[in-house]
Write a protein that binds this ligand. Structure first.
Ligand SMILES: Nc1nc2c(ncn2[C@@H]2O[C@H](COP(=O)(O)OP(=O)(O)OP(=O)(O)O)[C@@H](O)[C@H]2O)c(=O)[nH]1
Ligand SMILES: [Mg+2]
Length: 355
């Protein structure tokens, strides 16, 4: 899964990207990076303690850093949106932190103003794409086929939604309609996560200017939302494990914002984790909600899907409660399931296969 980090100038995009991926970025370099972030999951740590494997592997998400989304600069805007064209979700960074040496984005002195500016950009981008396509279809020098006629009708309706300054996600699309427009990577149809970059004072007081307004829009648009403190997280990352635990305890929190962030993204994308365990490796794997056992097998390796016979499934909760796989089996809580069985978050799976 790919997530594009996007936002107005100097709000902390690159800082958050570096924290997520561990990749140091030269803030003056014009090259924008992609990198992989771990999805922190306590269950993986607990399973790893239990099995003591040679290797422990977390699920991952891929993040892209992008240049500033600058409403006054049309070229940069197009560049940013092209960069996130293939992103499954967008992480929109808003700045609340006070820092006199970093200028606020133009007309974006509060998080709420930045949010409004960004949403306008999203709507504008989609409208641009849709009107271009409408024009192309209307000016075609031949008769449109059925599919194109349907598409044109739909695009005109969607243009109206956008002209009303609404997101396309508010329009109920059928599966067929979705297919008609799937190649346009429309921004306002994608899952969006809002990340508030706070300073330490705002973080500890749990407030910043315009927070209520921001939360209202978040709710209205069904965005996911998270607050974090970029600079503080950077300091935390430089500590060793013991100091870190101490520091977090002093703050009264269990996980850093960055650790929570990957999970929030995961949930907003409708993803779940299943696990494979053993002496060689304990590993978390990513699946879309409602995926089947054979799809889980395919996520591990295409051979396992091809030669799939059955899957042994035990629940993470049962394993922890009973303490060992043996106990779980003795209690009859291990299920042997076929290809179409739906895998749930936290299932621990062994695939029986034959190729
Ligand atoms: N005080 C404070 N400063 C921060 C925080 N996060 C980022 N900064 C500073 O803000 C400046 C911009 O941070 P970046 O992460 O480069 O922001 P950006 O959004 O990538 O900037 P552009 O790519 O130029 O649009 C840097 O000088 C950071 O040190 C924070 O949480 N608190
Ligand atoms: Mg940057």
């Amino acid at each position: 899964m790919k997530i594009g980090i996007i936002g107005l100038p100097q709000v902390g995009k690159t800082t958050i990207f570096s924290l997520l991926t561990g990749i140091e970025v030269d803030p003056y370099s014009p090259i924008h990076q992609k990198g992989v972030a771990k999805v922190y999951d306590k269950r993986v740590d607990i399973l790893s303690k239990m099995y003591n494997p040679k290797k422990t592997t977390y699920a991952t998400l891929e993040f892209y850093d992008t240049p500033s989304l600058d409403p006054s600069d049309k070229k940069s805007r197009t560049q940013v949106f092209n960069m996130v064209q293939n992103a499954d979700a967008l992480l929109l960074v808003l700045r609340a932190f006070k820092n006199d040496s970093v200028p606020y984005p133009e007309n974006g002195e509060t998080a709420f103003k930045q949010l409004k500016l960004a949403l306008d950009e999203f709507i504008f981008r989609d409208l641009e794409i849709i009107t271009n396509r409408i024009e192309r279809l209307e000016n075609a020098k031949r008769k449109l086929d059925n599919r194109e006629e349907n598409e044109l009708k739909l695009l005109k309706e969607l243009a109206k939604v956008l002209e009303n300054e609404e997101f396309l996600s508010k329009y109920e699309l059928t599966d067929d309609q979705r297919k008609l427009i799937s190649s346009y990577s429309l921004v306002t149809l994608r899952p969006i996560i809002i990340a508030l970059n706070l300073d330490e004072e705002q973080f500890s007081s749990n407030s910043y200017e315009t927070k209520e307004e921001v939360l209202e829009l978040v709710k209205e648009y069904n965005f996911a939302y998270i607050e974090l403190c970029g600079l503080m997280e950077k300091e935390i990352q430089e500590l060793d494990e013991e100091e870190r635990a101490e520091f977090l305890k002093d703050l009264g929190i269990e996980q850093t914002g960055i650790e929570r962030l990957s999970k929030v993204v995961y949930d907003q994308l409708g993803l779940i984790s299943f696990f494979t365990v053993g002496p060689d490796e304990v590993r978390a794997w990513t699946l879309k909600k409602k995926s089947t056992a054979v799809e889980a097998a395919g996520a591990i390796h295409s051979d396992l899907a091809r030669g799939f016979i059955k899957a042994e499934v035990i629940k993470y909760k049962d394993l922890i409660e009973l303490g060992s796989e043996k106990e779980v089996k003795e209690k009859g809580l291990m299920k042997l399931v076929g290809k179409e069985h739906i895998i749930e978050d936290g299932d621990i799976i062994t695939i029986r296969f034959n190729v």
